[in-house]
Every structure is written in C-alpha cells, then in structure tokens.
Design a protein around this ligand. Structure first.
Ligand code: TXA
Ligand code: MG
Length: 328
C-alpha cells in the first residue's frame, strides 16, 4: 500500500487508474474518508469487504461525479429526489433509489435499491471525474474503518484502521482532515415521500424545507438494511458513556462551556456544533491512542447536526452497555 500525501493531478490520475485496474483507493470526502473500489468490479468490491471485515450483505454507497450519472445507477427516480440532488449535491447526502441493471447484488447487498452520493470535496470529485473519463461508472466507498469502528477523518486514521489490510497497489490519498466529520445523511427515496435513515449535516429541517412537505424520520421500508442503523457501531476501543462527568484518568468530551472534571483527559472542547462534529471521531480515536478505558461524552443539545452527533454517540455507547447508558 502506498500513502500519497501530495495530491497533485498526477497522483489523482494514478489513483483513478488504480481503481480502474481493480485496486482499492482510500480518499477524503467532506464527511469521512471512504475506501473506494470500482463499483462495477465484483472482485475489487469484495476486497473492500475483506479489508473492513464487513459482512457482505451490507450495501455500499456508489459515489458519482454529477447528477447526469444518477440515471446510470437508478430508475424511477421520484421528482423530490431530483429536487434534493439539485439542492444538496455535491454534499453530505446519500439518496437511496431503485437500482438499475448496473447496480449488482454485490453493491446493494441483494436489495432492489442503490445508495448514491456526489461528495462535496474537490479531491474526491477530481478522482471521480478522472475515473469516469477513463471509462469508470462509479466508485463504491464505505467509510474506511474496520466494521463497527469509528470512521476515519484523517489519512493517518485510515492507515491505523485498515492500512495493514491493504495490498501493494492499493493507495491512501491524503487530503487533510474532513470538514464535516460525520457521515452523510441517508435519505430513502423509494417511497412517496423521503424518509431519513441516517441523520447528518443535511438536517431533517433542510430536507423538509426543500421538498416542501412532511418527511419521515425513520424508514417506512423495514427491509432496508443500513449497517449504521445497527447498534454497536461507531465504537472506539474505550467504553463510551453518555452524559456523565469523567472520573480521574477517564476521557472527557463536551462543549467548551462545560469545564473539565478534575483529573480527566479533555479530548475535545468544541465551541460550536459544527466543530463538535468535525473533531468528534478524532477525539474518540485519541482516547484509544492514550489507551483510556473509558470516555465520557456530554451530548450536545438541539436539533439538526446535534441530533446526528447524538445518533452516532448513542450507537457507540450502546456497544458499551445499553442499560447503564440509558440511565437504567
Ligand atoms: O459520508 C458517507 O456516507 C461516507 C463517505 C465515504 O461517503 N460513507 C459511508 O459509507 O458512511 P458506509 O458504508 O460506512 O455507510 C453507509 C450506510 C451503510 O449503513 C449502508 O448499509 C447504507 O449506507 N446503505 C448503502 N447503500 C444502501 C442501500 N442500497 N439501501 C440501504 N442502505 C444503504
Ligand atoms: Mg461506515
């Protein structure tokens, strides 16, 4: 595996060719780093599952460079999905749509739907555009972490997570830290109205305003499998417990206005909710780098991005101890 920190045009061309040749390329997006493979190449896609240790029935998001490519991968696209795509792409939003013939079972986990996203990150877009210019149709990319672990928001974190599982011709592109820091909002667009499956930086309110009507917060389509919907996800090695003050020697993450308990390791001190999302995963990871046993996190309050942060933290804490975290 090669680490490419100088993302010049040459490096991007080389990465696009590596993808076309069936190798894996980890790349930055505005949300988290993805582990990419040619979404039409079954063997390449199987290497993503192997590197992540992810069950093969979990579907992957296909990343494309422009709205024109939506109809390559999806059919019967509802008007509201086009409205959302025009409004929020490129950006931190994934749309679940009825799949076309090129979205095979090895991408969709055997489901009749496919997840599509145009990332809002110049390096990711350059890579996708270059890949398409040499005949590629889309890049399958889950977050570049081991299954169940915290998503990486730096190239170093990608290396720590899966570096040892990558092969000689695989690449990690280094585009610095991710600006948003938590995964995209996933919106199920297979029903009459949109339904949010995973909250993110494109908030419930933003979606509702843009489609001009009520939307569902949970999937009406129970058969849709989204692994981020499982508990015991987004989990560092340390135990995560919510809304309790840290004891000496424990990690502590809270908004800047909450003071650090005596003897605790302050892992993050965000001034606002955007900063909270941006530094959260690296803060959890730093807890692991310090070998802490436990990290206490004070959940941010409010709607929008705060809800998305709480969603991830509740899932990382559920892996620790359901009852204790819910205060039972
Ligand atoms: O921000 C993101 O979405 C990042 C960057 C790299 O784009 N990707 C990401 O991928 O978070 P992943 O695989 O870690 O999480 C995507 C979630 C998974 O829970 C997966 O099950 C769900 O999206 N998903 C993908 N395709 C789907 C489909 N066809 N139907 C239902 N859920 C789907
Ligand atoms: Mg993931």
């Amino acid at each position: 595996m090669e680490f490419t920190s100088n993302c010049t045009t040459d490096a991007i061309s080389k990465a696009a060719i590596a993808l076309k040749d069936g190798h894996l390329v980890a790349f930055p997006t505005e949300t988290v780093y993805g582990l990419g493979a040619d979404a039409t190449n079954q063997n390449a896609v199987s290497q993503i599952y192997a590197a992540k240790g992810r069950p093969t029935d979990h579907p992957l998001i296909v990343h494309i460079s422009s709205i024109d490519k939506m109809s390559d991968w999806a059919i019967d696209i509802p008007n509201y999905a086009i409205t959302l795509a025009r409004k929020f792409w490129p950006g931190p939003m994934t749309l679940i749509l009825k799949r076309s013939g090129i979205a095979k079972d090895f991408i969709t986990g055997g489901q009749a739907n496919v997840g599509l996203r145009i990332p809002g990150h110049s390096l990711a877009l350059a890579l996708l555009t270059q890949f398409e210019s040499i005949g590629g149709q889309g890049v399958a990319a889950p977050s570049a972490n081991r299954f169940g672990a915290v998503s990486p928001t730096t190239a170093l974190a990608v290396d720590e997570e899966i570096g040892k599982n990558l092969k000689k011709d695989d690449l990690i592109l280094d585009g610095g830290g991710c600006i948003i820091g938590i995964e995209s909002t996933i919106i199920d667009c297979t029903g009459k109205s949109p339904s949010i499956l995973r909250p993110g930086a494109i908030t419930f309110e933003m979606v509702e305003k843009s489609v001009g009507g009520k939307i569902n917060a949970n999937s009406s389509t129970k058969s849709i499998r989204a692994s981020g919907l499982l508990v015991n996800h987004y989990a560092p090695k340390a135990k995560v417990r919510l809304n309790k003050l840290a004891k000496p020697g424990e990690g502590f993450i809270a908004m800047a206005n909450i003071r650090t308990p005596n003897g605790a390791h302050r892992l993050a001190c965000p001034e606002d909710i955007e900063e909270f999302a941006r530094i959260l995963y690296e803060a959890l990871r730093n807890g692991d780098r310090l070998n802490l046993n436990e990290i206490k996190v004070m959940l941010p309050e409010g709607d929008g991005l705060a809800l998305a942060i709480a969603d991830r933290l509740i899932k990382s804490a559920l892996g620790t101890d359901l009852n204790e975290n819910l205060g039972n």
